[in-house]
Write a protein that binds this ligand. Structure first.
Ligand code: SF4
Ligand code: SF4
Length: 270
């Protein structure tokens, strides 16, 4: 059974995969797997760009997104007349003939992977380039990525990567076959300085605590006075800062439901 494994840390956001998908499908008829993709409005492979934090502590995340080729696909359940089916290799296909007029399929996918083709009166989505896979080739997006951020292959062969990977929205229970490595999560960042000398403080010990799980992480402010805690899950956190010669400070309530820039934190001399 085929899977995609996408390493977000390797993705530079070059959009080559998105363009390659367009090049492979716009104006090209791959019946029985797909009718031509319209020139505009559809992104069967889409780079989602998310900005985390606030200036000057900002990170941009690029996440290639596509149909998750779910094992327990809600689109298959919502389809009439078997219009959506799973191939033996795991790729989920919308039959362009049987799916005519079945606009309900667009709403049936909680990942937003299905688009409506007004002109042809059909729902459409990523086919995993099944027409290429049949020829022993890989999907165009995989081939287009110079950074090898998107891998496609047999589940068993990619088992080591899958063991370290996550799926999007596992709580939906659809068992996606697209896995992600190195999803950035959220960060908490800031910098420390001495307001008297107006200098940054290097080497302050900074500890972040997850108040729900009890986990904690410690780092030191770098030579710009900066500190970062990355790849955090959402939750309530607290932060302690200690530095010899300065009074310790604590920030007891940090709500992390997005990345947080705490800004410049001043330490008072003892
Ligand atoms: Fe990212 Fe590769 Fe797609 Fe470029 S081609 S946007 S590096 S996944
Ligand atoms: Fe169906 Fe959506 Fe899952 Fe793709 S991501 S298989 S369209 S439910």
């Amino acid at each position: 059974m085929k899977v995609f494994v996408i390493d977000v840390a390797k993705c530079s956001g070059c959009y080559s995969c998105q363009l390659a998908c367009k090049n492979e499908h716009v104006g090209k008829d791959w019946t029985p797997y797909a009718k031509p993709q319209p020139q505009t409005g559809h992104f069967w492979m889409k780079i989602k760009e998310t900005e985390h934090g606030s200036i000057p502590k900002v990170k941009v995340e690029y996440r290639p997104t596509l149909c998750m080729h779910c094992d327990d696909a809600s689109c298959i359940k919502a389809a009439k007349d078997g219009a959506v089916y799973r191939r033996k290799d795991g790729l989920v296909i919308i039959d362009p003939e049987k799916a005519k007029g079945q606009k309900q399929l667009v709403e049936a996918c909680p990942y937003g992977a299905i688009y409506w083709n007004e002109e042809l009166n059909i729902p459409q989505k990523c086919t995993g380039c099944a027409h290429l896979v049949d020829e022993g080739e890989v999907p165009r997006c995989v081939d287009a990525c110079a950074h090898e951020a998107i891998k496609f292959g047999e589940e068993e062969e990619l088992a080591d990567l899958i063991a370290k990977a996550e799926v999007m929205q596992p709580e939906l229970g659809l068992r996606p076959r697209v896995y992600y490595l190195n999803l950035p999560g959220f960060f908490v960042a800031g910098d420390v300085y001495d307001p008297v000398s107006d200098e940054i403080i290097e080497g302050a010990e900074i500890t972040l605590n997850n108040k729900q799980t009890g986990e904690s992480w410690t780092t030191k402010s770098d030579d710009f006075g900066d500190f970062w805690f990355k790849r955090l899950k959402s939750g309530q956190y607290s932060l302690d800062i200690k530095m010899s010669g300065y009074k310790p400070i604590q920030i007891s309530d940090i709500a992390v439901d997005k990345s947080v820039n705490l800004g410049s934190l001043s330490l008072e001399r003892e």
